[in-house]
Ligand binder design. Structure first.
Ligand SMILES: [Zn+2]
Length: 150
């Protein structure tokens, strides 16, 4: 068993033994932690920042028991998780599932709104969103093909 698999399993048994519900795990993005750690460790040999952030993972695990009861711990956990995710996004182009779809659909909707304002034709709202969704889905597929999805 690889070190990575062990970490993911120890995380899963940690959330189980703490009695956290699936909903809590989702709500606090706890499910992201093992996947983020795995990515950091993957890049650690070539990236100093990943190495440092991966060392934080033990501290993150130690925060888990306090997550349901302490707002301060939740905030610390979230902030650190975000920092890890941002580094992966900026330095290694790692994204969450559906990342591009969400962004492009938003841009498409604004584009559609701009077209409506310019042309006075409400039909353009669907055009903008459809365009954004199409481009976003393509970029998400590309990210999946290149194994860049968390
Ligand atoms: Zn890195």
């Amino acid at each position: 068993m690889s070190d990575k698999t062990m970490r993911v399993q120890s995380f899963e048994s940690a959330t189980d033994s703490l009695g956290l519900t699936k909903r809590q795990v989702k709500r606090y993005s706890l499910d992201l932690l093992p996947r983020i750690i795995a990515r950091l460790e993957e890049n650690a040999p070539e990236c100093e920042t990943c190495r440092q952030l991966a060392q934080d993972s033990d501290y993150m695990l130690s925060l888990l028991p306090q997550i349901p009861n302490s707002r301060a711990e939740r905030r610390t956990f979230k902030r650190r998780l975000k920092k890890m995710e941002n580094h992966l996004l900026k330095a290694h182009r790692i994204v969450r599932e559906g990342y591009y779809l969400a962004i492009c659909a938003g841009i498409g909707a604004s584009f559609g709104a701009a077209l409506i304002a310019a042309t006075d034709n409400p039909g353009f709202v669907g055009v903008g969103v459809a365009l954004g969704v199409g481009i976003g889905a393509t970029l998400d597929k590309k990210a999946r093909d290149e194994s860049r999805v968390l």
